[in-house]
Design a protein around this ligand. Structure first.
Ligand code: GLN
Ligand code: ZN
Length: 757
């Protein structure tokens, strides 16, 4: 029989139980014991689901209160010394402080996990970073799983990826130089796990899927030679892209098995299967851990059968990557159209699919005859469904006029037309769009959705929020205002709900960072906009003020990247369709008197293919799609865009090619690191590097904000520089928001004064 295993299962709970328990703990409404009970309940439930699906090795070590990279750092004692915490006695409160900051220390940096929308905590490396093993937490979870009388397999992030994912916090330090210090601790950790009865362990080395240098690659053999002698059997796991270029290395590595992602890189399957060493496991991920589509079981089985003949029991079956990136259970969805629901599979269903595949490989396709017939029928229904194909959309994309993606005039001319009516001071201030989403706002939205609040009452409630938000910004003397996005649950879902071709789930939550989850919509068909989506709210907000009001849209790449996307047409086509739908909205906003429009593209960088060789192609259609959103916008209409976490030094030319009049970006957590790029390559249009971190409730000091702004002024022309926070403020509370923005505007005014004196 082929062993069926998985790297990890969603951990927030089918109804986000963990999120609510964690947040209650932060607010002091929940004890540590209660929180731990909730967590244990989720783990138990997850293991039961795995057992029911026929998993051979239960996943352990995939649970986390905040982030698995942070957990790995804690397990290896590698927490930043600046916090002054003793790694041997780290409390849960201290653990959360590492992630969220405290009164004395800013939070550890966070960034996207490869090309997903999951954020991990970035390790901080110093020349004197010390490692020590603290495996109690992990071992306790292993014991819980073992108590279910099942074989288990913990998942650990590997030493090379752990180092690679971190940042050197000292000049001259090369993080790879820490490896000799780190490997003995991994060795010790694996020994402790072996003592706890762990036979198999999965060690993730996702860096193998990106372009890493020969120096890093060379570290693999010696490292795994050391780890091979610890008494556990290691399966080394890769995902998100092809690792075919490392075939030789992976064949020779002294480990017991290798996992490859054959959803993202199906072409590597046969290359790996041919001549695979007889004494090694090859784990094949043919069920998509990152998307929601039901597998075409017959196709998957047909693909696997010849591999199974070659490899026998050395073929293992798994999802392509951890199911962390997939919603948990389709069965709880009650509102999806039946036709569409039949095309989908979430984490629980993906495990079932793997169970069936395993059965078919062992006992033949006849043993799952009905299951296969159902899967065939779903595939046929999806291929031909009227819900998917829209001729008008296809025609519009096909008939785009030449240069449809270019504004009428170049930036130099546009900015004059904009300044002529905007009358902005030097260093104009603005925000990124959202303001605190208070409990009242959420309650009103929920009540409206349930039908407990009438449309009229809902509108009144939202308008009250908008009015308050405008009033606050006027008091703060911010220059370009926003309406605050009170009506939006989520920047992608809000638009997805109003576009054709999208559907949405009730409980399809996926962890984004910490306790924050997103519920990505599903793009199942051709996209179009039946009617205006934001105009009423923005026009109302504009009616309350003389200052420019920014309209707020989510860009096509982000709309796509933060959704589950159909896999039956190229991504570039989906992206263009969304761009044209947004263009309709831009023109409607203009007509309604909104002359500053921000089109957020926080996802543009994370959507980069992991392999550089594919970047140019992606950037060409991604940037073209962005530009298409502003087709026919007047020169005097100021188009903003916003990006978070954009370490975009390496894609600056593409960002420039998007030709937004103003770009705002996340920079404060990395101390304006992105500005390095400006030394080499001047950004020609206006730019607002974020001057404080919005991911923590901490109010920045004037000195901090002014330090960041002065750094920016060193490399950016003062006439091009804007002042704004790093990102939207929806996750913050009002008091800290007002206090932080006050600091921001005060500093801007003082600097303005100094610059004009
Ligand atoms: N306009 C959005 C907001 O402020 C942008 C969010 C984001 O960049 N992730 O919430
Ligand atoms: Zn942002």
């Amino acid at each position: 029989m082929n062993t069926f295993h998985l790297a990890g299962y969603p951990r927030v709970g089918a109804k986000r139980e963990l999120k609510f328990a964690v947040e209650a703990f932060w607010k002091g409404q929940n004890t540590e014991e209660q929180l731990c009970q909730t967590a244990a309940g989720i783990r138990r439930q997850n293991w039961q689901t795995q057992i029911a699906a026929g998993v051979d090795l239960l996943a352990v070590g995939d649970f986390s209160f905040y982030d698995q990279v942070l957990d790995t750092l804690c397990t290896l004692g590698a927490i930043p010394a600046r916090f002054g915490f003793d790694p041997a006695r780290l409390s849960l409160t201290q653990y959360f402080e590492l992630a969220r900051g405290n009164a004395d220390q800013v939070a550890m940096e966070m960034t996207k996990w490869f090309d997903t929308n999951y954020h991990y905590i970035v390790p901080e490396w110093h020349s004197d970073t010390q490692f020590s093993v603290h495996a109690e937490r992990l071992i306790a979870q292993i014991k819980e799983a073992q108590a279910l009388n099942q074989d288990i397999k913990p998942t650990l992030l590997g030493p090379i990826s752990l180092l690679w994912l971190g940042k050197e916090k000292e000049d001259g330090l090369k993080r790879l130089d820490l490896l000799p210090r780190l490997v003995p601790q991994y060795q010790k950790l694996l020994r402790e796990l072996a003592n706890a009865g762990v036979d198999w362990i999965q060690i993730d080395e996702p860096v193998l899927a990106v372009d890493i240098s020969p120096e890093w690659l060379a570290a693999f053999e010696p490292t795994y030679r050391e780890l091979a002698i610890t008494g556990t059997r290691i399966i080394i796991s890769t995902y998100f892209a092809s690792v075919v270029e490392h075939l030789n290395l992976l064949q020779k590595l002294p480990v017991h098995g290798v996992h490859i992602d054959c959803v993202r890189a199906p072409e590597q399957l046969n290359v790996f299967a041919d001549g695979w060493p007889q004494n090694k496991i090859l784990s094949v991920g043919l069920i998509d851990g990152r998307n929601v589509w039901r597998a075409n079981l017959r196709e998957v089985i047909n693909t696997l059968q010849p591999v199974a003949e070659k490899l026998g029991n050395n073929l293992w079956l798994a999802p392509s990557c951890s199911l962390l990136h997939s919603p948990q259970d389709l069965a709880v969805e009650e509102k999806l159209p039946a036709e569409i629901k039949n095309w989908l599979a979430f984490a629980a269903q993906k495990l079932q699919e793997l169970g069936w595949i395993k059965q078919a490989l062992a006992h033949g396709c006849d043993s799952i005859q009905q299951i296969l017939a159902d899967s065939d029928a779903a595939a046929t229904s999806r291929r031909h469904s009227k819900l998917i194909h829209n001729d008008a959309v296809a025609a519009r994309v096909a008939q785009l006029r030449p240069n449809a993606d270019q504004r009428h005039s170049p930036f130099a001319q546009r900015i004059e037309a904009q300044q002529a009516w905007m009358h902005l001071p030097l260093l104009p201030t603005t925000t990124i769009g959202s303001f605190p989403q208070t409990t009242e706002i959420r309650q009103a939205r929920a009540a409206f959705k349930k039908g407990d609040l009438s449309a009229a009452d809902y509108e009144t409630a939202m308008k009250k929020e908008i009015a308050y938000c405008v009033e606050v910004q006027e008091k703060l003397d911010i220059d370009v205002l926003v309406h605050g996005e009170a009506e939006r649950n989520d920047m992608v879902e809000y638009f997805g709900e109003q576009l054709e071709g999208y559907c949405f789930t009730q409980f399809g939550w996926v962890q984004s960072y910490g306790s924050r989850c997103v519920k990505p919509p599903i793009i199942f068909g051709d996209v179009s906009r039946p009617k205006a989506m934001t105009v009423n709210w923005s026009a109302y907000a504009q009616s309350l003020t003389k200052r420019p009001m920014k309209g707020m849209l989510t860009g096509p790449v982000t709309m796509m990247k933060w959704s589950f996307v159909r896999n039956d047409v190229p991504l570039s086509l989906v992206c263009k369709q969304i761009a044209l739908a947004l263009n309709d909205e831009v023109l409607d906003l203009e007509k309604a008197g909104i002359r500053v429009i921000q089109i957020d593209e926080p996802a543009i960088r994370e959507a980069l293919p992991l392999k550089r060789a594919q970047w140019d192609d992606y950037l060409a259609w991604a940037c073209e799609s962005f530009r298409l959103t502003s087709t026919d916008a007047a020169d005097s209409t100021q188009i903003h865009t916003h990006m978070c976490y954009s370490e975009f030094n390496d894609i600056l030319p593409a960002i420039v090619s998007m030709d937004a009049d103003v770009i705002t970006i996340e920079t404060s957590r990395s101390d304006m690191e992105l500005l390095d790029a400006f030394v080499k390559f001047k950004y020609p249009n206006d730019i607002g590097p974020g001057v404080y971190d919005i991911h923590s409730p901490r109010v920045p000091t004037e000195a901090e904000v002014s330090h960041l702004l002065r750094k920016a002024l060193d490399v950016i022309d003062q006439r091009r520089l804007w002042v704004n926070p790093d990102c939207g403020l929806k996750t913050r509370a009002w008091p800290e928001t007002i206090a932080a923005l006050q600091v921001m505007t005060d500093v801007a005014k003082k600097l303005r004064q100094q610059l004009t004196d």
